[in-house]
Design a protein around this ligand. Structure first.
Ligand code: PNW
Length: 468
């Protein structure tokens, strides 16, 4: 069960979930500041105002990663720190924070992977229409270029956009994420413009960065399974696969939207905003693909249109995050679940990796997120034992290992997340960290899973699960 010597053992975070310091260094509000400060949007009205104060504690956090033995770290840049209004020249203080973070990582021997967009659009750009507006993609390219110019000499791994599905469909469709809009047509427009942003951003990055740097995107591609082999259930699965996966990897990897997507969404949009040349712009050669995986998706055909509130693992909303798929039913997959209610199924990760090994032959893959939320609590002695998370990681890393044996080119794994943090609409109640954070003192305590994972990183092999 050993991994290749160059395999990256990382952890991942995102800016709004960990940084805090939302009014420092010239930063202005992003859509997540506005959303979390709006009554009723997040659990307990929690916000990222302080989060885990990483902005002030980044040195300690890097030291902790080094002590654990991690070899890579994926973080995101807050667009609002770099371009507070989403336009114009870069703010030096904003770039300086990330330069200091990167230098700290490099001197600790930890390879940085930088995500440009992890959901925190500057509020001014949302006020101008947000992702449903074409101009936002061009603003993103400008921002990408500014960050590329500033950090391209020291960061080799670049990710344009994190999980565009969540930005488009949870942000503009079901409204459980910022900006909280519930307009299925806007969600599909947002998806196209996020794709365009990726293409324009990747090209802008390449124009200013050394050729050795790698440009990728992180997709939360769904592992969609039909409840039965009945034609209606297979059609439901196809519809969700198009809306979750093909809508992004179609233009990005293959230079075309899936043909079936257009009839499936015809009641919602005419797609007239796909302009000549857009798909060519989106279809830029990539150096790698990032896959984020948590749980599979089980679907069937409903006997009729479903109306009213639904809970399908994407948060509760009156509004579906799946435009045009009102006749698809979502099912809880059988088996043990994490604190998110997400079923634990490592076979899904193997399936996902093998799918992209076929879809994109020759393209290096990274698991850019995988992990689990549990209700962790310190023992009286202050230690935090999380054997469930160790079992989760062991299962999923074993699935990665199996995929390597089966010929997949997986270059690294980033555990979500380094630290307990602001879990979006769920607030601080869901703990994904390998490192426990006491929210009263902001003190960090590595959980037993962090030690276990660190040993895997140091030895290149998975320790036994009873390491607890
Ligand atoms: C991802 N869904 O979010 C994000 O990239 C992280 O920021 C987040 O903390 C992590 O996974 C855990 O949730 C997702 O509804 C949020 O399918 C929602 C969904 C998927 C991923």
């Amino acid at each position: 069960m050993t991994f290749p010597p160059a395999f990256l053992w990382g952890a991942a975070t995102s800016a709004y979930q960990i940084e805090g310091a939302v009014r420092e260094g010239g930063r202005t509000p992003s859509i997540w500041d506005t959303f979390s400060h709006t009554q009723g949007r997040t659990a307990g009205g929690e916000t990222g105002d302080i989060a885990v104060d990483h902005y002030h504690r980044y040195r300690d956090d890097v030291a902790l990663m080094a002590e654990l033995g991690l070899t890579a770290y994926r973080f995101s840049v807050s667009w609002s720190r770099v371009q507070p209004t989403g336009r114009g020249p870069a703010v030096q203080m904003g770039l300086d924070f990330y330069r200091r973070l990167v230098d700290e990582l490099l001197s600790a021997g930890i390879k940085p992977a930088l995500t440009l967009y992890h959901w925190d659009l500057p509020q001014e750009l949302e006020d101008a229409g947000g992702w449903p507006e074409r101009d936002t993609a061009f603003r993103f390219a400008e921002y990408a270029q500014l960050v590329g110019e500033a950090l391209g000499d020291r960061v080799e791994q670049w990710i344009t956009v994190n999980e565009p599905w969540c930005s488009a469909f949870l942000g503009y469709g079901s409204g459980v994420h910022a900006p909280g809009r519930t307009d299925p047509a806007a969600a599909l427009r947002a998806a196209h413009h996020l794709n365009l942003a990726h293409g324009l951003g990747a090209t802008a990055l390449r124009s200013v960065m050394p050729a050795r740097n790698q440009v990728a995107i992180s997709l939360n591609s769904a592992v969609v399974r039909p409840l039965s082999q009945e034609p209606a259930d297979l059609a439901a699965a196809r519809r969700i696969d198009d809306l979750a996966n093909g809508i992004f990897h179609g233009p990005i990897l293959h230079g075309a939207y899936p043909e079936s997507l257009f009839p499936e969404t015809a009641s919602v949009t005419d797609w007239s905003y796909i302009l000549d040349g857009d798909v060519r712009t989106i279809h830029v050669p990539l150096d790698a693909l990032g896959l984020n995986y948590y749980t599979p998706t089980l679907v069937s055909a409903a006997p009729g249109e479903i109306k009213g509130p639904r809970q399908d693992g994407h948060g509760a909303s009156e509004h579906s995050p799946w435009p045009g798929a009102g006749t698809v039913l979502f099912h809880q997959t059988p088996g043990e679940r994490t604190e998110m209610g997400w079923t634990i199924d490592p076979t899904g990760l193997h399936e996902l990796i093998m799918r992209y090994t076929r879809e994109a032959p020759g393209l290096p893959l990274y698991v850019t997120e995988n992990g689990a939320a549990y209700d962790d609590k310190p023992d009286p002695d202050g230690r935090v034992h999380d054997p469930e998370r160790i079992a989760y990681l062991h299962g999923h890393l074993s699935a990665v290992r199996r995929a390597l044996t089966d010929g997949a080119d997986v270059r690294g794994y980033y555990l979500w997340s380094l630290l307990d943090n602001f879990e979006w609409a769920y607030g601080y109640g869901k703990r994904f960290g390998a490192v426990y954070v006491d929210y009263a003192t902001l003190e960090r305590t590595p959980k037993s899973s962090a030690r276990w994972y660190g040993e895997a990183a140091r030895t290149g092999a998975l320790p036994a699960v009873q390491a607890d």
